[in-house]
Design a protein around this ligand. Sequence first.
Ligand code: FE2
Length: 448
Amino acid sequence: MKNALDSAGCEERCKNRPRSHCFPGKSVVPETQANPRPDNSRLSNGLGFASLFNIIDRAYSRGTGFMDITKFAIPEIIFGRGSLNYAGQCALRLGAKKVFLVSDEGIEEVGWLQRLMDVLEKEGIKWVYYPGVTSNPRDFQVEQGAQLYSKNGTDVIIAIGGGSAMDTAKGIAIIASNGGRIRDYEGANRVQRPLPPMMLITTTAGSGSDISQFCIITDMKRGVKMSIITRTLVPNISIVDPLILRTKTESLIIQSAVDALAHAIEAYMSRIASPFTEIHSLRAIDLILANLQRAVATRSLDSLEQLSIASVSASMAFSNAGLGAEHALAHALGGHFDMRHGIVHPILLTSVMRFNMGINPQRMADIGRLILKRQVGSDEDTALAGIEKLEEFFASFDVALRLSQLIPESERHHLEPLCKMAVHDACNLTNPRPATWEEFYRICEEVW
Ligand SMILES: [Fe+2]
């Protein structure tokens, strides 16, 4: 099977193809998979499954009538309130005797790291702890962690934290087993040797690193976030415990959820989306729109749990369908300005959706119908009305809506080189049409 993301001729071949024909790595069917309950009564104000399938049916009726070969890779997912308590048993199943723990100060302070250590101790598992995680994890942190992993004779790698901790753990796993520098693996399918067993425990509902075959590490020399994409980065086990979300701040809940929303929308529009990713994209969009405001206002465990389900769905979608131009630009800006990843989506996402409109207004209209819960005139009208409604949704939160709120005027001159970098981000390849640097620049100007 050829790889869509690192094949030189891919752009031309994929240009007019509605869905996937290839994807990184070898196909693996996971041994077990937790089953998020298909209970319509828990969809809150969102659409039921029947409506989601109707939207997909409409999308397919416009297609060619057959689909290309596709694949879908996910970890074993242990989902539910209190699932952190199963971490020790899961680690034993992976052969753990002395694990390599990756986390950060924030998780230490709220007590989740100690809780994990207690759970491991109960099963007689030892650990070595690497606390060297910051937001936007850096290349040298990953390389230091890999040295520590190798020196201490550890086996299973376990991360507990947000995307930064989990991406750091993935980077450590790559270097520990493949050697070299982390920048050697930028792009798709550059990792040749198998990684140590990995178990990732997410403490947010958004990054999706615990599910995905993505790892984002900042190259400090170039000041850019590198996308590393390979099947082997899908962890063996992902533990998603919605109880952990109760200790998150309001801003972190919003940032994580809008990240998941961007994942879902970009995966749905991706040139290698498949029926297996589309249903998860639509489900995630629906759940986030229905639950985020209530989750922020009330912190109800039910709505936080729905956001966790949404995040898992969005992650299953983007891990297998890829992302798009919005993430390519977000990576370039985030790497240079050291921004938290979640703060740029309310600024960039709708602008990139308008940019993609012309290529596939029908698919954008699918998203519009989901947001609006109805058709408004033509598909194009529905798509545009959906984008406007999404802008209103973002404006209902205390978030930045213009780039100038994050970047001082004196730094604006960096935008041109950053747009030139974004062109080469792997996420740009799966956008409905890969953006040129001039187009990225126009988007930045539009949202300044
Ligand atoms: Fe993201």
